[in-house]
Design a protein around this ligand. Structure first.
Ligand code: ATP
Length: 583
């Protein structure tokens, strides 16, 4: 019978720093396991290795008996992750957020299921609200709802109640208990020891990346913590009577109190009889039950290694649930299509920025360069100048929009942390790449097409080679969408995302013959122009849209295919390596 989660020698290094150090741990099916430890102990790191948002440097990690790397499609479907940080894509509503997340897992949510999930978490009346408008507590609930859309048999809750009010905390506890009693394995990290005490069957304590102890909660408390019974005396005494000292009592508070510290379950009759026999009169009795908090503090502060991690059997109250098969996808390609639809919806939510603004720029180019300068230049290579401009401007729109769509979208996902939503899904790298490229190409072709339509108002709609125009636009769009993805993966700051378009793409595009023909240049400049890849892209479009070009059409197409191919393969290679993505 496979364990819910099983780590063997799991190690995670960040450079020379070891965040998780050869951890062996089994989490049993159906239990609530609390992982406790100070800030930076390695709790989130451990969870990340299981959920797939980080890759282990060494060792193995399994979920329900399957390896999280080799069998990632299975294990990702089996795991739900409620991350520590509250992150949502700000473009979407609560319902859209849930539908997208289910879609990534290949599942479609019925209206009834959405109602059920939202109802369980008290979010029913927020169904159409934008995620930005939710309060902090509601956002936490939505994070949990999002992690549960695919019905995972193993749920990770990374500090689920950080910063929520007492009432919501109690609600969430009740919900976690309901999930656990229905057979969900729950792994919880928290700094509220009261929470672990309330919910957990077993406790794991981690410090400096090493697991100090793993034990049944009650046994742990009973083994390491004592009850305290304080007897306040009517009159202070100077010395503890010998029979009392022999029974393990101590004199406290300057002789006004006797403190007994029996182990849990140890009878008090002997020390109490000794009190009576010594003639001491007791004014008051206070008892303090052992608390997990005391054990954890003692454990973390103990200089010597505590007890070895036992990883032992648990005194479980709930029966072990049957092995729940993680939900199967309804449709194989639904995950990829969902990501594509989400990306397209995202740029269509801000059409002023993504569609209208490039069109206004194009129209201005026509007015300034076409009408005013065109009057003087009249013809270039036997073509009216205003018509000569169209292909270059269309290509400029395609290049910029393909690049910007993927670079900004992926970078914002990284910056906001919403990339986790994708990393925990069973989507393969190829599917993620395909969806991003398709969305980038869609935006590029919409802008390119509309740029052409705007131009058609000035120069008429005749296109000699429409299929070639579409193909040139598509290939270039895919290449630059891949370039945008590479830059977004590499970038850590906004300036870096903007560096390539500002200092590479725009200069190359402007020098690449948008506004002039190669034949107009002196020979030296012509050689330089032929080293510029964007020149060939514009030339191909010129052939397609106005039937005139200096280069042979196949040469332009060969160059753009080659460049797009290299960029797409490069992007896929980086994604496969998890470059700056799966830390
Ligand atoms: P907290 O209670 O504060 O959430 P934690 O136990 O979850 O802490 P982790 O987030 O797992 O701790 O971090 C463990 C250690 O690994 C920390 O010292 C952290 O700085 C380091 N660490 C985590 N992620 C990275 C990363 N991407 N690069 C470098 N170091 C990292």
């Amino acid at each position: 019978m496979p364990e819910a989660v099983s780590l063997r020698g799991a190690t995670k290094r960040y450079g020379a720093f070891t965040a998780l150090d050869h951890v062996d741990l089994d989490i049993h099916r159906g239990e609530v396991f609390a992982l406790l430890g100070p800030n930076g102990a390695g709790k989130t790191t451990l969870i990340s290795l299981v959920a797939g948002t980080a890759l282990a440097s060494e060792g193995s990690v399994e979920v329900l008996g399957r390896d999280v790397v080799r069998d990632y499609r299975f294990t990702r479907r089996a795991v739900g992750l409620v991350p520590q940080e509250i992150n949502f894509d700000p473009f979407f509503t609560v319902e859209e957020t849930l539908r997208f997340q289910a879609g990534y897992f290949g599942m479609r949510l019925s209206d009834a299921r959405i109602e059920e999930i939202l109802g369980n978490l008290g979010l029913r009346d927020k169904r159409t609200a934008n995620t930005r408008s939710l309060s902090g507590g509601m956002k936490r609930r939505l994070l949990i709802a999002k992690a549960l859309v695919h019905d995972p048999p193993v749920l990770f809750l990374d500090e689920p109640t950080a910063g929520v009010d007492v009432e919501l905390r109690r609600d969430l506890w009740a919900y976690v208990k309901r999930l656990a009693s229905a057979g969900t394995t729950v792994v919880l990290t928290t700094h509220y020891l009261e929470e672990a005490e309330e919910l957990a069957d077993r406790i794991g304590v981690i410090k400096n990346g090493r697991l100090l102890v793993v034990e049944d909660k009650r046994e742990l408390i009973a083994r390491h913590s004592k009850r305290t019974v304080r007897l306040a005396l009517e009159k202070p005494i100077r010395e503890l009577p010998a029979p009392l000292a022999a029974a393990g009592a101590a004199l406290a508070e300057g002789g006004v109190a006797v403190v007994l510290t029996p182990r849990v379950g140890e009878p008090l009759s002997a020390p109490l009889q000794a009190v009576a026999e010594a003639g001491l009169r007791v004014a008051d009795v206070q008892t303090r039950e052992p608390r997990l908090e005391n054990v954890i503090i003692e454990l973390l502060n103990s200089p010597a290694p505590f007890a070895p991690a036992t990883n032992g059997a648990t005194a479980r109250e709930r029966p072990v649930p049957p092995l729940p098969p993680p939900a199967q996808p309804v449709e194989k390609t639904l995950g990829m299509r969902t990501l594509y639809r989400k990306e397209v919806k995202r740029f269509l939510r801000v059409p002023g920025q993504t569609i209208l603004s490039p069109l206004i720029t194009t129209a201005l180019y026509f007015v300034v360069f076409g009408w005013s300068l065109g009057g003087r230049l009249r013809e270039v290579e036997g073509v009216p100048y205003i018509r000569f401009l169209v292909p270059g401007l269309v290509m400029l729109g395609v290049i910029n929009n393909a690049f910007l769509n993927t670079s900004s979208s992926l970078f914002i996902l990284k910056l906001q942390g919403t990339i986790v939503d994708l990393l925990v899904t069973p989507l393969s790298y190829l599917e993620i790449l395909a969806a991003f490229l398709a969305a980038g190409a869609t935006r590029a072709l919409i802008v390119g097409g509309m740029t052409w339509a705007t131009a058609a108002l000035f120069v008429g709609p005749y296109v000699p080679h429409p299929i070639e125009a579409f193909l040139a636009g598509l290939i270039v769009a895919l290449g630059f969408a891949a370039a945008g993805l590479i830059v977004a993966l590499w970038s850590e700051k906004f300036e870096q995302v903007n560096f390539i378009p500002t200092f590479v793409i725009t200069p190359l595009a402007f020098l690449g013959g948008v506004f002039y023909s190669a034949a107009m240049l002196p020979p030296g400049f012509r050689v330089v122009l032929h080293l510029n890849p964007i020149y060939y892209m514009i030339e191909s479009m010129r052939f397609a849209l106005i039937g005139h070009n200096v280069e042979r059409p196949w040469a332009g197409f060969a160059v753009i295919l080659g460049i797009a191919g290299i960029l797409v393969i490069w992007a896929l290679w980086l994604l496969r390596r998890g470059y700056k993505l799966r830390a």
